[in-house]
Ligand binder design. Structure first.
Ligand code: MN
Length: 242
């Protein structure tokens, strides 16, 4: 049996915004990365139905907390300053999914917003807008550039001996970067394992043997011809879900 991997959906609003035309969906790159690593991907729609979340949590072998909406700042006790494209229903849905994954110790791979949600769920806080809150930071938003989405925007310095370094087989690698928020106060039970050159936290994990990795980059959308080592992260995650 191949492992069944849930991928959290983004809430996508039409322009002009319309609740009636809102969509639940996610970039094909997540599904393709899970398929290529030997898993069976399934995209998880947002729901307020706790029973549904519990049922789907039992079926899944692991969860990818995917990118998209900013986490509502009230979940870490702050007013909205730089956060945008907020969807509290998505936050609440994913917090329930995450709680179930933590209590059942099912593997978690938290990407971009996923890492931010993980940090908030465990008691940390976020920079709501890096450019505003950390003016000395480098550019972390690849969308600002015209070179296309495949560019690797900055270096990562990965902690030697961390789960991430062991999986990738290196402590120095380049990543893409499509985020305007980042971890400010790190949650007590998380361990930072990678940093951008400006000190922004780019990866986290736990110190126990539960497979739980958060990554600020989007490794699912880095083509193998540009940096093949990122595929090892998906392989290790799917293998952990077996
Ligand atoms: Mn970055």
């Amino acid at each position: 049996m191949k492992p069944l991997i849930g991928i959290t959906a983004d809430t996508i609003r039409e322009q002009p915004p319309s609740e009636r035309l809102m969509k639940y969906g996610q970039s094909y790159t997540y599904s393709d990365a899970i398929l290529a690593a030997g898993g069976v991907p399934i995209i998880l729609p947002v729901t307020k139905n706790i029973e549904q979340v519990r049922d789907v949590s039992i079926l899944l072998d692991g969860i990818v907390f995917a990118g998209g909406n900013d986490v509502h700042p009230k979940l870490y006790g702050h007013e909205i300053t730089g956060a945008r494209n907020i969807d509290l229903a998505r936050d609440q849905h994913e917090l329930r999914l995450l709680g179930n994954a933590l209590s059942s110790r099912k593997p978690v791979l938290a990407i971009c917003r996923g890492l931010q949600l993980l940090n908030v769920a465990m008691g940390g806080t976020l920079y709501q807008d890096i450019a505003t809150d950390v003016p000395e930071a480098i550019n972390h938003n690849g969308y600002k550039r015209n070179e296309g989405v495949d560019i690797l925007l900055h270096d990562l310095d990965i902690e030697r001996g961390s789960r991430l370094a062991r999986i990738l087989g290196t402590t120095a690698i380049q990543s893409n970067s499509f985020h305007h928020q980042a971890i400010d106060a790190l949650a007590p039970s998380l361990h930072a394992t990678a940093w951008a050159p400006d000190g922004i936290i780019e990866a986290v994990e736990t110190d126990n043997d539960h497979f739980l990795i958060g990554i600020q980059a989007h490794p699912e959308s880095i083509p193998t011809r540009i940096e093949p080592r990122w595929r090892k992260l998906f392989k290790a995650f799917v293998d952990a879900c077996l």
